[in-house]
Unconditional design. Structure first.
Ligand code: NAI
Length: 308
């Protein structure tokens, strides 16, 4: 099984690292526009093979898409961060150009690939990829909910003082500080609702920390995070390549589900060898439905910038 990761930066290279040491794919190609960069990252990862113990072949390429031919999954992490003085529209315009040309290039060599979009603003870039490529909706998956949910479970584990692995929790909606919706009502610890252990005030604090989870790390690191983002992409890729059928919140094109149309936004999906195999209909209460509708409005506003 072959995976291409476009963008050998922090998130892309971490994802390649996790995919190799966990043996998720037999081959990983890292591709970057920066001369020699992907080759260097690939070589560094390959030099872990004997100490970490893996057989995955990782190689790098400077913009030579022929090396990506026959990929089963392509992850797009290429893009630029917002620079001082740059408007949101300008950032969207630049990243949209990058994501669109990358999608065209990878599909020319891997026409059957499933595309995982990571570049921000992720929901809008997922929507653009779907529209620009004309691929069926099961083959274009936005990664954001997996990361936001892992942060949610982290903050729940801190509040509960219990291991994250015993905690279930999900974040849906847009992948942004103000648009994501941590579903505290449905979160559980060892099968019991977390509301049995935490007060409403504590739950609200967990939700608030989750929503600024990315910004908190950017404040500490001076740049956006990569370990949890890279691992979250690898988790999603594993579910596709190894047909795990995990339920993972992903940004997916909605056609009536959750009361929305013509938008890519985070909802729980069953992820397997065909990509998005099912959109899971979680019964939201009225307050959650209202939050979801508000989140969709915000994502739609962002999508409108694509056209300007
Ligand atoms: P980074 O700056 O470390 O890496 C980006 C890489 O993309 C750079 O190496 C750059 O040379 C490359 N690149 C730029 N244009 C390219 C092109 N046309 N073709 C090939 N490569 C190209 O950034 P980082 O931290 O890895 O983040 C990558 C993206 O992922 C950003 O847009 C970031 O906002 C987003 N992100 C999304 C998350 C999510 O949950 N969806 C989580 C974390 C980051």
């Amino acid at each position: 099984m072959k995976v291409t990761i476009v963008g050998a930066g922090n998130v892309g290279a971490t994802c390649a690292d996790v995919i190799s040491y966990r043996g998720i794919a037999s081959e990983v190609v890292l591709l970057d526009i920066k001369e020699g960069f992907a080759e260097g990252k690939a070589m560094d990862i390959m030099q872990c093979a004997t100490t970490t113990g893996f057989n995955t072949r990782v190689s790098g390429s400077t913009n030579d898409y022929s090396k990506t031919a026959g990929s089963d999954v392509v992850v797009i992490t290429s893009g630029i961060p917002r620079k001082p003085g740059m408007t949101r529209e300008e950032l969207i315009g630049i990243n949209a150009g990058i994501v669109k040309s990358v999608a065209d290039n990878v599909l020319a060599h891997s026409p059957n690939a499933i595309i995982v979009v990571v570049s921000n603003p992720m929901d809008t870039m997922t929507y653009l990829t779907l529209k620009a490529t004309g691929l069926p909706k099961n083959r274009v998956i936005g990664m954001g909910g997996a990361l936001d949910s892992s942060r949610f479970k982290y903050y729940l584990s801190q509040a509960l003082q219990k291991p994250s692995n015993d905690i279930q929790g999900m974040v849906i909606g847009g992948h942004g500080d103000t648009t994501m919706i941590p579903l505290t009502r449905l979160a559980s610890y060892n099968g019991s609702p977390v509301s049995n252990f935490l007060s409403q005030e504590e739950l609200e604090k967990v939700a608030a920390s989750t929503m600024v989870g990315g910004a908190t790390l950017t404040g500490l690191l001076g740049t956006s995070a990569w370990y949890a983002p890279g691992a979250s992409v690898a988790y999603l890729v594993d579910s596709i390549l190894n047909d795990q059928k995990r339920m993972i919140p992903c940004s997916v094109y909605l056609e009536g589900e959750y009361g929305q149309n013509d938008i890519c936004i985070g909802v729980p999906c069953i992820i397997g060898k065909n990509g998005i195999e099912q959109i899971v209909d979680v019964q939201l209460n009225d307050a959650e439905k209202a939050l979801f509708a508000k989140s969709a409005d915000a994502v739609r506003n962002m999508n409108a910038d694509l056209k300007s």
